[in-house]
Design a protein around this ligand. Sequence first.
Ligand code: SF4
Length: 316
Amino acid sequence: MIKKVGIPRGLLYYEYYPLWVCFFKELGVEVVISDPTNKEILNEGIRNAVDEACIPVKLFHGHVLSLKNKVDYIFIPRLKSVENGEFICPKFCGLPEMIKYSLKDLPTIIDTEIDFLKSKRSLKSIILEVGRYFCSDEKQIIKAYYKALTNYKSHKELLKTCKDPRNKKKSVLILGHPYHLYDIYLNMGVIEKIKDIGIDIFTPDMIDEVDINEQANTFEDELYWTFARKLIGSTIHAINSKKVDGIIYISTFACGIDSVVVDIVEKTIRNQSNIPFMLLTLDEHSGEAGINTRIEAFIDMIKWRDNYENNLSAHG
Ligand code: SF4
């Protein structure tokens, strides 16, 4: 019988799904992805997660619950570090435990540890550990991984095809963790709303990793956090390349990483440019009308500045 593995549509699903989904499929496994976030998934997540958790982690609980009776396994890797020499938010490291202690009677959790802090030498053993749940042939597992990696790289290249919108209209850089940017229930469709006003969108995924790293290296302090490097590098790139007319940062309430990174991003923009900046902090009580009003006001301000005070700082 074909085994089924569930992948919760939350957190770093939005970054790695082309890799994970392809890998499991290549091993002959049926992949079940939880539905896009909806009210029920959010409410279940809030009801079952610890109060202190951030919204994306609570949401992840809801996605896991929605898969509970549909699959044989649920894939929740223990992510300690996804880049050499860098840390990731500690919530990812404790995620499998949080899920196991908060939610009862779940299928088997595949919680293989991924830790590239010192090097990526352990990559092969990680792949084999996950693959062995479904296949005993090591060669086939490695082959499936390389196919998945190619798929992931193609996906990342595709995301870059929208870059350099400068030749069109006004454009805005939207910053945030992948689940803040791409979970349209969580962010209330911010990206689509801005596009609908006729503004081009730029996200960190549309910027070359090489450019991001180069710009991040110009930052005065060393950046140990993968999210911080990407967001700060993207900010400096946007400032130096003069390709955007505004920068919006989407965050969620109680995000420990963003409590530091947002501050750095805002100060960098203020000190090095006159690009308008807006922070949208979402929580379970955020109302769509309020978000719409803030977006419209921000875009109006960008257009107004262009007509009336193009040479003045946006920060007074
Ligand atoms: S980075 Fe922030 S939003 Fe993401 S899991 Fe960590 S605390 Fe939550």
